[in-house]
Design a protein around this ligand. Structure first.
Ligand SMILES: [Zn+2]
Length: 235
């Protein structure tokens, strides 16, 4: 055997020895199929999770981020899996689902527009700021619709304002389930606030740009009447 043939035969035996079952995700080889099937690697895990809700929201946000910030073409899932931001975006996706973010795409656009660092995306601090800005821009109809959708999930929809605790109402205002439109206009809401602890009142006050909403109510009396009609049953 020439030395060249020896080298070739050695390489051949090394290849065989490395095993014939290769992980299609990380390219690692195994001698037994059972070992390959039991094998787990980060890439395989990411591909198998591709239809999970948190991953879907994370991927959509990642794609939107690149399209807006980098004028990038639509991203493929493979770019996401191979990229360094996979974990951060999936964490954000999971936050959006757990928090029941009122409008995921608008929240993502708001974070991008305000140049918020990716690590701060899945935080209540950012979400509460987004809610305040979102409530100012949405229609009064949408604000009422969202409140009704949420109130209907409680067991006391009809007597929501008389039954709900101050803490629940403060939570709902912070998370955007109750729009400032209702707080500044409804007589029932006013009465509920009057019966709350100062801690709850303070939390609500911190969420509402009082000057902005007073002006908005003054300039849109029809919308204010509509809120009273829907929430209080009177005008
Ligand atoms: Zn692998």
């Amino acid at each position: 055997m020439t030395s060249a043939e020896q080298v070739v035969s050695q390489i051949g035996s090394i290849t065989v020895a490395k095993g014939t079952f290769t992980c299609e995700y990380c390219k690692k080889s195994f001698q037994r199929e059972s070992t390959l099937l039991a094998h787990s690697c980060e890439k395989k895990r990411r591909w198998l999770a591709k239809d999970n809700q948190d991953v879907l929201v994370g991927f959509a946000s990642y794609d939107l981020f690149y399209r807006i910030e980098m004028q990038s073409k639509p991203k493929q899932y493979v770019d996401f899996v191979e990229g360094q931001y996979y974990t951060a975006f999936v964490k954000y996706g999971s936050y959006c689902l757990n928090t029941k973010v009122i409008d995921q795409e608008q929240f993502t656009r708001w974070l991008i527009k305000n140049k918020v660092k990716l690590k701060d995306w899945p935080t209540d601090r950012m979400y509460l700021l987004f809610v305040q800005s979102h409530c100012k821009r949405e229609s009064v109809e949408r604000a009422l619709e969202r409140f009704v959708e949420n109130a209907m999930t409680t067991e006391y929809f009809e007597t929501f304002w008389e039954t709900a605790s101050g803490y629940l109402i403060a939570d709902w205002v912070e998370m955007g389930k109750i729009s400032p439109w209702i707080i500044i206009t409804s007589k029932r809401a006013e009465k509920a606030i009057g019966a709350m602890t100062s801690e709850c009142i303070e939390r609500i006050a911190n969420c509402i740009d009082a000057e902005y909403w007073a002006k908005k109510r003054q300039l849109n009396p029809h919308d204010a009447n509509f809120v009273q009609e829907m929430i209080d049953g009177t005008t």
